[in-house]
Design a protein around this ligand. Structure first.
Ligand SMILES: O=C(O)c1ccccc1NCC(=O)[C@H](O)[C@H](O)COP(=O)(O)O
Length: 210
C-alpha cells in the first residue's frame, strides 16, 4: 500500500529516537552541524543508534562539511543515508559512494526542478523553507504551490510542519515523505513523544482519506 513516509529530524537523545520508532517513524535525522542547537557528537549519535530498533533509517545531516568530516562520520556510525543541507555540489555529494539526499531552500517555483536536474545522484530532494540566515530548522513553512506537481524523484517536504498542518500538506503536495523537527519539540533538540504520535497519526489519516 502506498503511504507517506515520516522522518523525525534533529534527534539528540536516545529516548527520543525510541519514541520516534515506537510511533512509527521511518527515519530519524542526526544533525552534524556544530552551529545547530540540535547538533550531536559522534559519541552521542552512537548512543542513539545503539537503542534504535531495526528498519528505522538513520540519516546523517551535514551543512557544507569537509570531505574528511563526512568520511569520519561514515566510518564511526551506521548511517544509512547522508543529507546534504548546505551549498554542496553534486560532485561532492556523490564522492563518498554512499546514498544521499539533497536539501534545498525553496524561495521560488524553480528551485526543486533545478535541483532535480543538478543533483542526479540524489535518492531524493528535501524541500525546506528559505531563510537567508539559516540553513534549516527554521520552523517556517513556504509556498507549497512552488513545488512541482510531478516531481521526477522522491520529494521530501520539510519546513514548519506540525500536527496541525501536516494533514493539509500530505493532501495538497502528496510528497514521498514529510520531515519535521521543531513541530514535535518542547525545545530545540528535545522531542515530545505525544507530539510525534500526533504528527504521525495525522500523516496516516490524511493519506488514507485520499
Ligand atoms: O534542525 C536544525 O537545527 C538544522 C540546522 C541546519 C540545517 C538543517 C537543520 N535541520 C534540518 C531538517 O531536516 C529539519 O527537519 C528541517 O529543516 C525542518 O525543520 P523544522 O522547520 O523545524 O521542522
Amino acid at each position: 500500500m502506498d503511504r507517506t513516509r515520516v522522518k523525525i529530524c534533529g534527534i539528540t537523545r536516545p529516548e527520543d529516537a525510541l519514541a520516534a520508532a515506537q510511533a512509527g517513524a521511518d527515519a530519524i535525522g542526526l544533525v552534524f552541524y556544530p552551529a545547530s542547537a540540535r547538533a550531536v557528537t559522534i559519541p552521542q549519535a552512537s548512543a542513539i543508534c545503539h537503542v534504535l530498533p531495526p528498519f528505522v533509517t538513520v540519516v546523517g545531516l551535514m551543512v557544507n562539511p569537509e570531505a574528511e568530516m563526512v568520511r569520519k562520520h561514515l566510518e564511526a556510525l551506521p548511517l544509512d543515508l547522508l543529507q546534504f543541507h548546505g551549498d554542496e555540489s553534486a560532485g561532492f555529494c556523490n564522492s563518498f559512494g554512499h546514498p544521499w539526499i539533497k536539501a534545498v531552500r525553496v524561495r521560488d517555483a524553480g528551485v526543486v526542478a533545478q535541483a532535480e536536474e543538478a543533483y542526479h545522484g540524489a535518492s531524493g530532494i528535501l524541500a525546506d523553507a528559505y531563510d537567508p540566515d539559516q540553513y534549516g530548522g527554521t520552523g517556517r513553512t513556504f509556498n507549497w504551490g512552488w513545488l512541482p506537481e510531478r516531481p521526477s524523484r522522491p520529494l521530501i517536504l520539510a519546513g514548519g510542519l506540525n500536527a496541525g498542518n501536516v494533514g493539509d500538506a500530505v493532501r495538497r503536495v502528496r510528497p514521498w515523505a514529510v520531515d519535521v523537527s521543531g513541530g514535535v519539540e518542547d525545545a530545540p533538540g528535545i522531542k515530545n513523544a505525544a507530539l510525534i504520535q500526533n504528527f504521525i497519526r495525522e500523516v496516516i489519516q490524511n493519506h488514507e482519506t485520499d
